[in-house]
Design a protein around this ligand. Structure first.
Ligand code: ATP
Ligand code: MG
Length: 139
């Protein structure tokens, strides 16, 4: 079944002008970019987006980083999109990421790890609605 997921190309990647290379990996892996836009998040938006992590020690740094420079927010479509995009991204810490993943190729550190992807179908629906009120959750 075709599924949609939500992705963010994070500030470390937009600052290095590698969003095209990352989108090329995304498209080569069989995803269709259904919608995307470049925006600069406010600290409040970043805090709301990562609310699930609010008790973690890195929460403030994480939100400051995500709002530090523009990001590309995007909706990706593919069979099994949520799980397959997590695989394409690679491990949260790039030191543990497998060859061929976006984070292995581009991430600088666990903090500046270049991409976000939804961790479940339900989360994808919430995250798509948060940034794209006009985009359907299913195609
Ligand atoms: P994302 O949600 O950004 O796609 P993820 O799902 O791989 O990443 P999460 O556990 O949801 O990882 O953590 C969210 C973000 O918080 C990570 O992308 C990373 O930048 C940061 N983070 C996670 N764990 C740590 C940690 N132990 N130390 C510092 N930063 C961390
Ligand atoms: Mg996550």
């Amino acid at each position: 079944m075709l599924e949609r997921t939500f992705s963010i190309i994070k500030p470390d990647a937009t600052k290095r002008n590698i969003t095209g290379e990352i989108n090329s990996m995304i498209e080569s892996a069989g995803f269709t970019i259904v919608a995307q836009k470049k925006i600069k998040l406010t600290i409040e938006q970043a805090k709301k987006f990562y609310e699930i992590h609010k008790e973690r020690p890195f929460y403030n740094d994480l939100c400051e980083f995500l709002s530090s420079a523009p990001v590309i927010v995007q909706v990706l479509e593919k069979e099994n999109a949520v799980a397959d995009y997590r695989k394409l991204m690679g491990a949260t810490n790039p030191e543990n990421a497998e060859n061929g993943t976006i984070r292995k190729k581009f991430a600088i550190s666990i903090d500046q790890n270049s991409v976000h992807g939804s961790d479940a179908h339900e989360t994808a629906a919430v995250e798509i609605k948060f940034f794209f009120s006009d985009v359907e959750i299913v195609g």
